[in-house]
Write a protein that binds this ligand. Sequence first.
Ligand SMILES: [Zn+2]
Length: 315
Amino acid sequence: MAPLAIGIDVGGTQIRAALVAADGAVLDRLAVPTPATEGAAFVVARIAEAARSVAGDAPVIGIGLSAPGPLDAERGIALATPTIAGFVDFPLAAEVRAATGLPVALENDGIAAAIGEWRFGAGRGLANLVYVTVSTGIGGGVVVDDHVLRGRKGMAGHIGHMTVMRGGELCACGHHGCFEAHASGTAFLARARRLAAGRAGSALHAPGPALSGAAVFAAAAAGDALAEELVAEEAEMLGLGFASLLHLYSPDVLVMGGGMSAQFAALGPRIEAAVRRIAMPPFRDVPILPAALGDNSGLAGAGALAFERFGPGAG
Ligand SMILES: [Zn+2]
């Protein structure tokens, strides 16, 4: 049997694990809740359990571990993850290695997903790609000239914390005006709830605080004026950030993943229109595509990373 890798994506709410083949195929996967408030040792134990469970008796070369930043990918250390208690200067890769007996390569979750889409998804075969995940937050990863951009400590590509506005909305990082604070799914929903509360005529007024993002998109499709405004505003904010990314990295393609990409049919054309307007003319023909691997981008990318570091051809 050909060797396989374990890809693991540690998030603030879920730990997802998968058995990944060398061609990026996700063979078997599971998700368990993250014991995010119980401390790092509990999280490591849960990761090890999940790894053992997906591996079964398969021949496994190692673990690619994707986790939220900021983290020092080179040294395998979680530096200051706000969503998981105890992930402060925590030697995550070494602890998971000790708990599983397998070699572990740690990567920022945005970069891992970028690798997945670059190797096996919407950016396959291209030399230059920017991947942006738009979800509760915004993250990403960049491939330039066939190289993954990692930067000092492997921290490059924290796209969500580009400042897009002076004195803007408060971000989870503590700063105001970050791209994430204005264009993430969380920001979209906060804006929707705030405006819906004052708009009695809108279909969005009735659900009150229970209003969901999906409901806003459904109402926009049905012609509700406020919902249409909100979707247009979201696309405009994303277009603003994406245009900056085109200017910075000149990718062959910009790939959008994360929970918000489920609404790409509505958002995509509007984002493209915004980018065509904002970007300098030579940048306007860059395709903006939804992630091809859906929520498997990060797992496939983490698996690819394990093959690169620990696979048969690895130095
Ligand atoms: Zn921020």
